[in-house]
Design a protein around this ligand. Structure first.
Ligand SMILES: C[S@@+](CC[C@H](N)C(=O)[O-])C[C@H]1O[C@@H](n2cnc3c(N)ncnc32)[C@H](O)[C@@H]1O
Length: 348
């Protein structure tokens, strides 16, 4: 399961890191096959959760007859013994009485309720789990999820836990802090290479810097330097503890419109500037982007890249095109309840 909008980027990570074969993409979902199912699937950084697929369909009818099919697919189409063996190999059973938890999520206008779908799942599972297992709401050894989104339904065993999406480095939170999987996608889109200098000039709690360091570690990329800064000392107080265990980052308090950095000293800028609604005067967003991007242009080396997350994409494009930057890629997401874009730019 992925943050909606990141399907393509996650598919690229799955193919690149796991040598997986992507079978299908749907909003919030990437279905893939790997040569070998092992704990490496939990190393993915652009995905929110990983499941062993029991069954899936993109042909729900929205009618109550789907319930019969959910029951039948659960009972007949999945090899639960094998799925449980794979699950236990990756996530050893916790001590104590074995327990399971059924989770059902449903969006779309279906002619049945979520509780009906859950009941159909439970009925299909009858006799499939060991008889001694009990249902538990919390800390269950096994979670079986049924996710229905419009005509698509997937049912699977959850391999990940919440540390996959929330990360264990996030000790300090800020209200505007970015979701780690989105930051990881931005780091990937930056196409970071060895011996490069990477900068987040408005780093907040440092999520992007953390994901840059993690990406470099996972892919064995030795960076020349990672730099970050923010206007607010409050933000920087959160950044230090979040990054301490991940690697060395030079942090400074600065105004990103006037960076204390030499011309042409940076290879990659990965940044999530404030959204208009986070400013006291939202109409200031255009001038902020213009001054900020001019400064990025100054510190970037020729051929350098910027990956930026913005809600006002039109204002960002105006500022970037004025500098003759070339847009290499654009990914649509929803952040803080509003449409936003991650875009990757190249300075010629
Ligand atoms: C959306 S937040 C970034 C969140 C960050 N990516 C994280 O995950 O925590 C935007 C940040 O830009 C900072 N900021 C706003 N204007 C700035 C400026 N002119 N120079 C430097 N930082 C600025 C804010 O203080 C805020 O921390």
């Amino acid at each position: 399961m992925v943050f909606p909008g990141l399907e393509e980027v996650a598919a690229e990570e799955i193919e690149g890191i796991l040598k997986g074969q992507v079978k299908r993409k749907a909003p919030g979902l990437v279905v893939f096959r790997v040569p070998q199912v092992d704990a490496a699937v939990l190393q993915l950084r652009t995905v929110e959760d990983v499941f062993l697929l029991a069954w899936g369909t993109d042909k729900l009818s929205y009618r109550a007859s789907d319930l019969k099919r959910i029951r039948a697919w659960t009972a007949r189409d999945a090899d639960w013994d094998r799925l449980l063996r794979l699950h236990h190999a990756i996530r050893p059973k916790p001590k104590g009485k074995p327990s399971f938890h059924l989770v059902t999520q449903m969006t779309g206008a279906h002619g049945y309720r979520r509780t009906d779908a859950r009941k159909a799942l439970a009925e299909g599972l009858a006799g499939k789990l060991p008889a001694s297992w009990r249902s538990a709401e919390e800390n269950a050894a096994v979670e079986i999820w049924l996710t229905i989104h419009d005509a698509t339904a997937v049912c699977g065993l959850r391999l990940s836990d919440q540390t996959m999406r929330h990360r264990s480095y996030k000790l300090e939170h800020l209200p505007a802090s970015l979701r780690p999987t989105v930051a990881a996608a931005m780091a990937r889109l930056a196409q970071i290479k060895a011996r490069q200098v990477v900068l987040d000039p408005m780093c907040g709690a440092g999520t992007i810097l953390a994901e840059v360091l993690e990406l470099a570690r996972a892919e064995g990329i030795r960076l020349a330097a990672v730099w970050g800064g923010d206007l607010e000392s409050n933000a920087l107080r959160a950044t230090g503890p979040n990054l301490r265990r991940l690697g060395h980052v030079l942090l400074a308090r600065w105004d990103a419109r006037s960076l204390p950095l030499p011309d042409r000293s940076v290879d990659r800028i990965v940044c999530n500037p404030p959204f208009g609604k986070q400013l006291s005067r939202p109409e200031d967003i255009g001038p902020l982007y213009q001054r900020f991007l001019r400064e990025c242009e100054r510190v970037l080396r020729p051929g350098g890249r910027s990956v930026l997350l913005a809600s006002d994409q039109a204002a960002l494009k105006d500022a970037a095109y004025a500098l003759n930057w070339e847009c290499e890629r654009q990914v649509r997401v929803r952040i803080l309840g509003q449409p936003a874009f991650v875009s990757a730019w190249r300075k010629d």
